[in-house]
Design a protein around this ligand. Structure first.
Ligand code: NAP
Length: 317
């Protein structure tokens, strides 16, 4: 079976940046970019304009940015497999990796599988109903679509993401309703204040989304007032979930230490995980910053950590 010094799992900014550094350090990395999971390139593939990635004063499209990362990783010799990793065995060294079409051994692994936006599982929001046809989990990716123009739009959640998405949607919506299950926003004070004073945003406190209804497109939402338990029906053109993210760690099957929210625990200020030889970078280990630039930065850190670790173990010079 083929044995590699480094296998990188994941292909967002963290994975590709790790690959660029590792390839330039002659580690000849293999990178699994994902396939069926639809995750190749990570969350930036479902974003439009990225305006805060340094080096692009006029902004750059998310997919274009990721294509550049990928090309740069390949230029220095990264071998990219467009496959999903199905399982890994960390019980002995070298580690064993099984993908949809390959099996291989690795001296070190960088996990950079990112996180996926959560959605609610309620009537009208499922696949085959209005999911991706008026119900989404990414306002920034989808908010500019014509179906949402000049319509009342509903953002579900009360954190920074919800507030950010609500503010973003005011560019297109007739009105934005922020539906929050409590009477206080979780968002930071500055973000919350922006939402609360925005003339186009109204917060619907103590409410949950019960149902989404429509015909070809979304027409209505049914909300429940959690204090009175009354149901109310409102005209709606779209629903945007902003209820947090889940780190993509299922394939690890409990072999690494995770925190309560399922993020991989890394040693503070490093990319070392609970298992020697396994490193983590990007959103899969970052519940706080979750930016393309911080993910890329931690990918760089992971490659440097791996290089030093392999050298300390005498595996590479
Ligand atoms: P978050 O802080 O975990 O907030 C999730 C929100 O969704 C909470 O208000 C939560 O309600 C609500 N929620 C969760 N599950 C729900 C359910 N099943 N039904 C209804 N509501 C539900 O997630 P986030 O907003 O994505 O932010 C994650 C991290 O990224 C935070 O640290 C945040 O500060 C950071 N972030 C920063 C920025 C920025 O600074 N520009 C932007 C985005 C995110 P409860 O409040 O009741 O728990």
């Amino acid at each position: 079976m083929e044995r590699h010094h480094l296998v990188i799992i994941g292909s967002g900014p963290a994975g590709y940046c790790a690959a660029i550094y590792a390839a330039r350090a002659n580690l000849k990395p293999v990178l699994f970019e994902g396939f069926m999971s639809g995750t190749a390139g990570g969350q930036l593939m479902i974003t439009t304009e990225v305006e805060n990635y340094p080096g692009f004063p006029d902004g750059i499209l998310g997919p274009q940015l990721m294509e550049s990362f990928r090309a740069q990783a390949k230029r220095f010799g990264t071998v990219v497999f467009t496959e999903d990793v199905e399982s890994i065995d960390l019980s002995k060294k070298p580690f064993f990796i099984k993908s949809s079409q390959n099996q291989m051994l690795a001296d070190a692994i960088i996990i950079a599988t990112g996180a996926t936006a959560k959605r609610m599982d309620i009537e009208g929001t499922r696949d085959g109903e209005f999911w991706q046809k008026g119900v989404t989990a990414c306002a920034v990716c989808d908010g500019a679509a014509p179906i949402f123009r000049n319509k009342p739009l509903f953002v579900i959640g009360g954190g920074d993401s919800a507030v950010e998405e609500a503010i973003f949607l005011t560019k297109y919506a007739s009105r934005v309703f922020l539906v929050h299950r409590r009477d206080q926003l979780r968002a930071s004070k500055i973000m919350a204040a922006r939402a609360l004073k925005h003339p186009k945003i109204e917060v619907l406190w103590n409410r949950t989304l019960e149902k989404v209804q429509g015909d070809q497109i979304v027409r209505k939402v049914i909300l429940q007032n959690l204090l009175t338990h009354e149901m109310e029906q409102r005209e709606a053109g779209g629903v945007f979930f902003a209820i947090g993210h889940s780190p993509n760690t299922v394939f690890l099957q409990g072999q690494l230490k995770l925190n309560d929210a399922g993020y991989i625990v890394v040693k503070k200020g490093t990319t070392y995980t609970s298992k020697a030889g396994i490193f983590a970078a990007g959103d899969v280990q970052d519940p706080v910053y979750r930016q393309a630039v911080t993910a890329a930065g931690s990918g760089c850190m992971a490659a440097l950590d791996v290089e030093r670790w392999l050298s300390k173990k005498g595996i590479v010079e």
